[in-house]
Design a protein around this ligand. Sequence first.
Ligand SMILES: [Mg+2]
Length: 189
Amino acid sequence: MKIGVDLDEVLVEFINPFLDYLAKDHSIVLKKEQITTYRLWELWNGSKAQGWQLFIDFYKKMGVINLKPVELSENAIDLLQVNHDLMVITSRPRVIKNDTEFWVNKYFNGKFKEIHFADYLIFHGKKKAEICKDLKIDVMIEDSLEYAEECSKSVKKVFLLNQPWNQSDDLPENIERVYSWGEIINKIN
Ligand SMILES: [Mg+2]
């Protein structure tokens, strides 16, 4: 199978370091449990443009390369790459493209066939769902509700890693909520 894998909060620990950065540099204090949307700026009445700029500032200041892999993701990718074609599909900004590729090679050297960068507010490109369609992705692994719903129209199955920001009572049939990489491995095998 062809499996698309999102980066932030699927392979990379993102939210906790980002919340540390917000508290230190912007005096915006939030706990992970309070992050009920990926539109984080709505939590402090900011604008979308400001929110997305803060993501870029965070990556630059904290250094993409210092971020850590999500628990069990390295083992899981190791197992999956034996029988499947894996692609990273991320909407990270292009300004950190090189650092992102470096990070993926550091922790997942040779495990992913390709890394694709999707549309990102000020960097126009294809949407994740379009990339999934072009690459004929069978399964997508995501933590964003918005992207999961979008991609569910172009793939057979989406595994949505459970988080406070992706709760919904009404998921499309082919989106399955999961709670760990271990669960994803069991279901795929
Ligand atoms: Mg993500």
